[in-house]
Design a protein around this ligand. Sequence first.
Ligand SMILES: Cc1cc2nc3c(=O)[nH]c(=O)nc-3n(C[C@H](O)[C@H](O)[C@H](O)COP(=O)(O)OP(=O)(O)OC[C@H]3O[C@@H](n4cnc5c(N)ncnc54)[C@H](O)[C@@H]3O)c2cc1C
Length: 567
Amino acid sequence: MHEERFDVVVIGGGHNGTTIAAYLAKSGLSVCVLEERPECGGGQENAEPKPGFRIDPHATYLYGGAAPGFEQLELWKYGFRMVHYQSMAGVVTQDGVAANLGGRWNRDVGLESLRTYTGGDPQAAESLFFDNLGNEGQKALLRSLFWTPPIPSEYDIEPKDLPWWKVFRELIPDLWTDRLVDMSFMDFLDEFIPFEPLRCFEAFAAWYCGAHPAWDGMLLPSLGGALLVGYSSGSPRGGMHTYAHAIIRCAMANGARIITNASVGEIIVKNGRAVGVKLDDQASFPEKTIWADKAVISAVDVKQTFLKLMPKSHMDPSFVQNIKDVSLKGGSLFVLSVICRELPKYHGRQDAFPDEVYPSCVAAPADNMEFFYTQTRDAYSYKKAPELTPQHLTMMVCTHDVYDNTRCPDGYHILSPIYLEVPPPQYDVTGPEGINRHKEEITKAALNLLKDLAPNMDGANIVDVFLNTPYDSEFRNAGMSGGNWYGARQSDDQWFDMRPIAELGRYKTPIDSLYLCNHTSHPGGLCLMAVPYNLMHVLIEDQVVEPKNWWYPSPWYMPSQDAAVQA
Ligand SMILES: Cc1cc2nc3c(=O)[nH]c(=O)nc-3n(C[C@H](O)[C@H](O)[C@H](O)COP(=O)(O)OP(=O)(O)OC[C@H]3O[C@@H](n4cnc5c(N)ncnc54)[C@H](O)[C@@H]3O)c2cc1C
């Protein structure tokens, strides 16, 4: 009988599944990726709701500029091009502040705004930190946080000796004090950033990129989230799906087989070891059983992996209960896209955002921290559709087309996406359809607010509006549970080796040869190539793969002590 047999089978062809396939194929293994949808890429999608207008229904910014994957997988050879933005961010307030915050490729813009609004020495506040850290320092800090496998629990390390604090202390010894270790990012913002709209923006940026800024003891993971945005300051030319294409091409050029319309129904386990998968009956591939000689990698979420694909008989009931207790609900986004003829001209200082340095993401309105607290409260405490007043509706208004002419035809602009954090549908106290029921009113209020802040955003300027609610995102892609960019409930007990639960903290599972590679593992949501890079360390440790000389590990990597003894 004909058999399909590979070294490694990857379940799911989203960002993390295709990236690990590229890493393993480039290392010389035979790899097969099985994707249930007709196309790979998962949350890295672009859609064209009107011919010529490309919107981002899910992921929009490339936060992974510091990823080793760009060098290691040589994505530029496979068509990847980054568009660098002259200004990454701006903030506007109801009373006419319009501050252009610049970004990595143009610091002057941001410093000038700070000088205007704080009236003081712009070097004194945030630049004290950022100038000292510099680009190489930021990269080192980001890699220590995101591109390093979680430290195994056997190691007993003082918080100040954790890799990110070591990097910080070495780079900015003058700023270091013990008390930073217990701080939250909010404490830090209060102490070091005097300009309140900037504080508000940074808090939103951290919330949208990882650790919530209110978590005590998580200053650097939160700051790291905000730094991811500033360090990359751009997006792939043509949108996030082109990034997926480059990764997929790299995997295929190195021999990986990628099969779409191939939904996996079961992971096959023999003698406690994952040895292959069974495809669903309706899958496009004729051979319904595919064997994996070295490993099965689940690049779908942890709940599906163990509650749907894994036969119960192979798992301890208490482990199954722990998986049932994991929540994937958090970070749900309400996503608007607006086609218009003119960019928003924000009131107050209309000259603050000239076209050549127009901020690609504007927080509007971000008057003070209360705006940030209100939205967090609506989403996570009150858990219902926001009130339709400005304080509840701070939006992130993104405009990639200013720097990327592939996004829409000349004579138009496209504000896509405009994000608003809302409660996960399944936690909505008014029922899971809560946001869907209010979507027209929320859209109307958001557009009215935009018009108040930028009077040219009126009916004559707006050509079309598209929207996807959290449920729409889930419908497009079942992996985006509840339209959740983060992959799991946002909680400080699901970080590092505790994500998604302690037993699974290092991408390994109780089933031999079964590994996890989805954004439900550390470091979580975003297309950073971080989960696969980190998993590579563990696969090398387990002798599944032996990469070639292009590979370099994280300098802060700590092997599990078993592996250290073997070595
Ligand atoms: C609204 C929104 C905004 C976001 N903004 C950003 C952003 O600006 N920047 C950023 O970097 N990230 C952003 N993200 C997050 C990012 O999209 C995700 O973190 C990332 O796509 C997760 O990748 P993944 O491979 O882990 O999962 P997924 O992309 O969900 O991939 C899983 C894949 O597995 C497939 N699959 C599922 N079940 C099966 C099965 N049984 N058999 C075979 N295949 C299966 C799915 O179809 C899917 O293709 C955003 C997400 C959302 C929802």
